[in-house]
Design a protein around this ligand. Structure first.
Ligand code: HEC
Length: 334
């Protein structure tokens, strides 16, 4: 089962956050600055051309008003050079604008080398899911300040749009066509995320937060998510560890005998070993079984269990023991 770390308590704040009819209040990435500069330049250019043209039309109109009843039009030849010059200036401006836009666009497609990647999907319940290295999944986006982060948006059955106004980011993924971009946040903070799905009504589920951590804050955060001992109670962590380490390929938790003995009721069980001795299963025995399985082999089973020495830490073995104990207790009370 997939485990998504939730932070829903943040959401009520999201409703009116950073709403603005002008540019979003925060420009949190270099990309945001660039987009804003481009936008303002275009606005100034089109605005000034608009007023210049209005002004010129007025000027010509007034200058050429008929001044006497018998005045007739003046038939000036059109100047080709004049028209060509205006055309040329417009062409140069258009090419420069296109060039700057294309460069910014291409820069956004190609992330710097060594960029950490976060995959973005929409979960079954219609909420964002951000997938980090190490199989960590959250419903809020976490990135480190000043560290380029690549975002790859995936859509499975319908087009999805991811929008982070403070990053000036808007990505659309089509089913089978992921959209990739990258961001570099300038300072720690928290920014509103919205999204849209083609067929779903409303965007309620796709509201979330982008959390920008201090550089080491992010590492600590990721470690705390990866280290499940810090993020869940031991019994639960033990269950996840048994799942993650592939123990269930050989051991059942329902009492049935697979390649190895079932974990159900294992704690306190008396086992006969291949050398004829008997042991009562306790924490130490379980530790030895995991680290040196060949040392004590349960009679009737092949000695094929691999050692997990160096793969499972002591604290994790404790959690696994507590999980075993919980399913052993559950059996006793049945
Ligand atoms: C490839 C199959 C296999 C895998 C994977 C495996 N085991 Fe085992 N395990 C066995 C077999 C077979 C035995 C019985 C023989 C023995 O004692 O070595 C056993 C025995 C044990 C015992 C002693 C059980 C008893 O009733 O005395 C424990 C505890 C145990 N395994 C825990 C684990 C844990 C925890 C994992 C995962 C981290 C794991 N095993 C992964 C095959 C496996």
């Amino acid at each position: 089962m997939k485990r998504v770390i939730r932070a829903m308590s943040l959401l009520p704040l999201a409703a009116g956050a950073q709403a603005s009819t002008w540019l979003p209040a925060v420009a949190a990435t270099t990309r945001a600055d660039r987009v804003d500069a481009h936008f303002l330049f275009l606005l100034l250019l089109t605005g000034s051309v608009f007023f210049l043209v209005l002004f010129a039309v007025d000027l010509l109109l007034f200058a050429n008003l008929r001044k006497a009843p018998d005045q007739v039009g003046d038939n000036r030849p059109n100047s080709v050079w004049h028209a060509a010059l205006v055309g040329l200036v417009a062409l140069v401006v258009a090419v420069l604008l296109f060039g700057a836009g294309a460069r910014a666009y291409l820069d956004q497609q190609v992330a710097p080398i060594g960029t950490q990647q976060i995959d973005v999907t929409v979960g079954e319940a219609g909420q964002w899911e951000f997938h980090y290295p190490g199989e960590v999944t959250t419903d809020t986006l976490h990135i480190a300040v000043e560290q380029p982060t690549r975002l790859v948006l995936h859509a499975d059955s319908e087009p999805v749009t991811l929008v982070v106004p403070a990053f000036r980011l808007r990505e659309v993924a089509l089913p089978g066509v992921p959209a990739a971009t990258w961001i570099d946040a300038r300072e720690p903070g928290r920014h509103f995320i919205v999204g849209e799905r083609a067929r779903a009504a409303g965007t309620a589920g796709l509201q979330s937060w982008a959390v920008v951590h201090e550089a080491d804050g992010f590492t600590t955060w990721l470690a705390s998510q990866t280290d499940i001992l810090l993020s869940m109670p031991p019994v639960e962590a033990g269950r996840v560890l048994v799942e993650r380490n592939g123990c269930l390929a050989c051991h059942s938790v329902d009492g049935s005998k697979l390649t190895g003995p079932s974990f159900l009721g294992v704690v306190g069980r008396q086992e006969t070993l291949t050398d004829g001795t008997t042991v009562v299963v306790d924490a130490d025995y379980i530790r030895r079984s995991i680290l040196e399985p060949a040392g004590q082999v349960v009679a009737g089973f092949p000695p094929i269990m691999p050692s997990f020495q160096g793969k499972i830490r002591d604290a994790e073995i404790d959690a696994i023991f507590q999980y075993f104990q919980s399913i052993s207790d559950a059996r006793e009370t049945r």
